[in-house]
Design a protein around this ligand. Sequence first.
Ligand SMILES: Cc1cc2nc3c(=O)[nH]c(=O)nc-3n(C[C@H](O)[C@H](O)[C@H](O)COP(=O)(O)OP(=O)(O)OC[C@H]3O[C@@H](n4cnc5c(N)ncnc54)[C@H](O)[C@@H]3O)c2cc1C
Length: 406
Amino acid sequence: MQSNDILLTDQDRLVLSVVRDFVEREIMPVRQQIDDDKDHVVVRGILRGLSGLGLMRAGLPQEHGGMTAGGSGASNVTTCLVLEEISRADCGIAVAASVTTWALMPAVTAGNETVLKLMGEMFGGGELRLGCFAMTEPASGCDIENLAVLHGRPIQTRAVLDGDEWVINGVKRFPSNAGVADIYCTVCQTDPSLGEEGIALIYVPSPWEGLSFGKFESKAGMQADRNCDIYFDNVRVPRQYRAAGPGDDARLMKRNLALGRVASAAIAVGNSRGAFERVLDYTGSRVVQGRPIRQHSMCAGMLADMAIGIETARAYYLQTAYMLDRPHEYGDADCDIMLSRASLAKVYACDVAVMVANRAMELMGSYGYMREFDVEKYWRDGKEIQLWLGGAQLARLDVARGYYEL
Ligand SMILES: Cc1cc2nc3c(=O)[nH]c(=O)nc-3n(C[C@H](O)[C@H](O)[C@H](O)COP(=O)(O)OP(=O)(O)OC[C@H]3O[C@@H](n4cnc5c(N)ncnc54)[C@H](O)[C@@H]3O)c2cc1C
């Protein structure tokens, strides 16, 4: 690929080269095994390696075992570039790692010392630790995320204060790392009539009394990321485990929607690059009508469209991540305009990911459909990125909301 590296610092380049080496050495050679890795032996080995590089605690401040002094962990630009690089090999691995940081982020941003101390102890040792941001429920996914119109009223997971403890009851569906995470940032509602003031992000460590899980979902792809129902049956945690408080938790949730969407854009670009690199290679040696496939002008045009999509999606998500790193100049992550930009980055990068994997498969003929040629994996995984975090439609509505009231 050409590279638009103008926004990268020397530190970004260093982190990227370490991650790229890891990806080439540890993930690329086994990417075909991940879909069959039912017991997650291969997956946990890879995640342990990434954890050893400090990835799972990259979101924590240094005082609590993380990577950066004082602030709120790694920059969005660095995080996104790392996710893109991992997703070149396997999106599910990128999701399992990034959702961990995503789950920690509300407490980090709020500066919740009780939860940060808990996380520091949990993530500071040598063990592999994972986090989960549990928002989606059986009755609604997008409606919960549609804060602009529904203000968190559809959230059915209830949190009631009883003395010094929150008592949580409800069910969450599909969250990444469900059933395998060590800590759950749970999106609750204290009272639907309060709307956003009633949204409460409450941390629940695992194992914990009253917390249980359903069976793992059987998915089309992305097997490195586990999803299942999470049951909260009179789960009691200290009141300090709430990320911040009324109103602030809704802003932290909206912030996580923006960060999650720009990270999804990076994952989608990584998926596209993986498919593009594979098809570029294949079409350079497979001959039709006397010439390599990519030397035929019709096919060159298809490859050019893929490159145009990938490069522009990358440029836009990097610009958005750069802006998210500078809230004083461009606005906080929870403002409508930044949610609009992050949603635009996701919508476009996902459309590109679906288009690239589709065309890559066409250019490889029936070989593209065969597992050993890798492209069908990018084809399955790219589609899923489009479906989560509000799907293609709600994310588009959030784009429009950056331009006018809707
Ligand atoms: C692999 C994977 C990982 C996931 N990870 C997480 C996670 O970490 N945490 C978590 O909480 N959840 C997670 N999810 C769940 C996911 O985010 C939701 O499934 C998603 O937000 C959509 O919700 P839904 O499936 O209930 O669709 P629905 O809400 O039923 O929406 C269905 C369709 O309606 C469209 N739509 C929605 N609202 C509107 C509207 N107002 N106007 C027009 N169209 C609309 C949507 O775009 C979509 O096309 C994950 C799911 C998967 C499969």
